[in-house]
Design a protein around this ligand. Sequence first.
Ligand SMILES: *Cc1c(COP(=O)(O)O)cnc(C)c1O
Length: 417
Amino acid sequence: MPLDVTRPLGPTRPSRLAVARQESPTMARGFAAPAMPVARPRLPEARAILPYLQEIDANHWYANHGLLWLRLQSRLAAHFGVAPEAVALTANATLGLALALRASLVAPGRKCLMPAWTFVATAGAAREAGLVPHFADVDSTTWALDPDAVEARPDLGEIGAILVVAPFGRPLDTARWDALSERTGIPVIIDAAAAFDALRAGGPMPVGRCPVIVSLHATKAFGIGEGGVVLSQDPEWMERLRRLSSFGFLGSREAVLAGTNAKMSEYAAAIGLAALDAWPETRAGWLSLTRHYADALAEDARLPPSPGFGEDWVSATLSVLWPADRLDGVAALEREGISTLRWWGDGCHRHSAYADCPRDPLPATDSIARRAIGLPFWRDMTATQVDYICDVARRVAGPVSVPLRARRTVPALRALA
Ligand SMILES: *Cc1c(COP(=O)(O)O)cnc(C)c1O
């Protein structure tokens, strides 16, 4: 996200903003400082990638399943706790989702059930696979599709596939979706684009039988620029996926399937290896930021973060649920030097490209979409900045309507402070 360094904040800033601003590496000191951005990705630095680039120089292998690509695949398999054969690297997650639908042999023209509360890539992938997105409402407490509600639908016979979304990296119960898929015979594919950490070996979202797609986009917690990972423990399915992502080829130059080119390049794999080297440190940074925010937001119930935020996983975004009667306060944040972003806008169904898609009534999605406000969230933020944001947000979101509870102390945050 480009930073507008010319945008003046005005002469009457509160002094705490001056402090927060000075502590921000993105902000020039003094008068003409830009607002704190919502995201400020930081990927491996050039010098960390260089040794891998030099390997590429020596190997003369730049694309098509190179040596670094192979190594990234097995190191990611260890991260996710699956066999290397269960991991396929793609150019991005959106292509991974589209090819996952094709690899599941869903007949073109059939409906693909998905939550309306998602990023447009979910619906774009279904269209790319020749399917018709059908938007269902999410559960208002999990922000995700509810498997029981899906299984009780009278129209399951019309559904060719189900795309489930792990909202903002929150873990899903993969076993319940596996069971639903087994009972109904409908392929379930999990858009876990932001769930790199929840899916870690021993983490809260073990990979089950349904294929899972993870994004390695720069704005995700584990970013490499552009990239995707497809996980599946079904060897036959995986063979189709690999073929589809490589012109239909696999081990020969005979196109057995009408595939496309969704391969990850050797250069992207180099960044991936450097990013994995740094992942423990990267994750620790996300974790201390997450805990500090969770702690500050827990001081009262005015601005609850998105479901599961602060639990046993990290991602690269923070959305809070703004009080419906105080949405005018969001503009005030901007005036106080705090950028905001509604990550999924008004919901996928509200984009003009998908306005003609079939949908259920979507009251929960509409309510969440109106109120989910993304706040600044990046690894180099300081405790002062986070406290300042939470203070201002609480003030402009209206009076405290619940009693304050004692503030917890989070030891990890001392590092941040
Ligand atoms: C980021 C994201 C995507 C797209 O991932 P790319 O790697 O950028 O293609 C898809 N779905 C969801 C829910 C996402 O958050």
